[in-house]
Design a protein around this ligand. Sequence first.
Ligand SMILES: Cc1cc2nc3c(=O)[nH]c(=O)nc-3n(C[C@H](O)[C@H](O)[C@H](O)COP(=O)(O)OP(=O)(O)OC[C@H]3O[C@@H](n4cnc5c(N)ncnc54)[C@H](O)[C@@H]3O)c2cc1C
Length: 453
Amino acid sequence: MRGRTTRVGRVFHPGEDGYDAERTGFNLAVDHRPAYVVSAAGSEDIVRAVGQAVDRGLAVGVLATGHGASVAAGPDAVLITTRRMTDVTVDPGARTARVSAGARWEHVIEACAPHGLAPLSGSSPHVGAVGYTLGGGAGLLGRRYGFAADHVHGLDLVTADARPRTVTADTAPALFWALRGAGKGNFGVVTAMEIALFPIARLYGGGLYFPAEACADALHAWAAWTGSGDLPDEMASSVLLMTYPDVPWVPAPLRGRHVTHVRVAWSGPPAEAEPLLAPLRAVGHPLLDTISELPYREVGSIHHEPTEAAAAQDRGSLLTGLPPAAVDAVLAGAGPAARAPFVAELRHFGGAYARPPRVPNAVGHRSAAFSLYTGADPAAGAAADALHEAVRPWGTGGAFVNFLGVGDAEAARLSTAFAPEDYTRLTELKRTYDPENVFRVNHNIPPSGTPVP
Ligand SMILES: Cc1cc2nc3c(=O)[nH]c(=O)nc-3n(C[C@H](O)[C@H](O)[C@H](O)COP(=O)(O)OP(=O)(O)OC[C@H]3O[C@@H](n4cnc5c(N)ncnc54)[C@H](O)[C@@H]3O)c2cc1C
């Protein structure tokens, strides 16, 4: 891969100016207090930081944006931050982009837009592109094209021996398989990746925000619509159930109300969208309707997710389907009457997610039909756990790596994201590439032979 960045990074020790800002990410529920922080400016900084950490017997954690928090780095660890490595280079002819470790999706989207191209980004442009892709990556074009991890051409990686490697299907097939879906921090630090881009300049999408009275109708209608099997793969959708605070930054019609936010993103011809949306429109008048044609660079407006850092105890599970009884279970746990102290989000999977990629990777549970994600104030995490329990009869028994949160930190939970034989293979690869489990500040894959705590 071309053009490695070579600049000088910075090191921050506890008590020094900048240490607190550098160790802090989006999810404040995880309070990193490492021995020191290396703010990397290029791949050489990362090579050096990993080498020094190993020499000193320290673990290594990676922080890009902090959207995928898991466990905190303590005094036995160095935290490498990549937020300064935001270079993105687009090759419009090849329809590829080379993305540096710390680039957020917004950086990639901006670089691609002038060429009428889009990456397989997710609902929030503020999420880190590399961390997202290593964990699978399920975005608003996913039912059409598959997981982001399915469209990676190569990765530059620094392994526990402090060696930089270019990992492709040809140079290191087993590692390439593992990194795409199970790569979040476990096998090394990715300094850059090369990904495929897609000819998407515009979407037809937005949100229908329904009031509490329409919650049950909206959720049942959405579940029937997505569950019918008739929706084209170009249609992505999800539903968020939440009670908005009564504060000025919330749009006036939503303030202080329980809202059922149905989001759609149609990447087919705009004229075909509205007839497809008829079952959702039939629910009734929403409090707010933001559905329109929009440039892909405004994709973040569809889910309209928060951008301010906050503490969240998040958690994810996957469902095989959403029949009426499952919808009722979600309503009982997160509908208006539940007064749930958390947000609950259902996303429609299926389509290209279910199809195997051209080059196999570690992404598990491809046949899952829906995901359920909850985010709670850390004090209310147990209430959200109860919802995951309530839908267990419709669960795949597993999880999607990117939607595993702070509430999923134990090793046994990550293992459920993969087919059992794939998990065994991952632990064996971990033993090959990181036998001492240097990279353990994450949803961890222990090296094979390690007793499970
Ligand atoms: C608001 C919000 C919206 C989201 N939307 C989606 C979505 O639509 N689809 C989806 O699939 N996921 C989504 N996610 C989940 C998100 O993609 C994952 O949590 C992802 O891992 C975040 O990566 P990050 O680098 O931004 O976060 P970080 O917390 O900085 O990183 C998460 C972990 O990824 C690993 N990592 C990061 N960078 C590297 C690197 N360079 N090398 C090796 N390991 C690395 C590390 O283990 C790190 O602990 C969302 C999360 C939030 C909070």
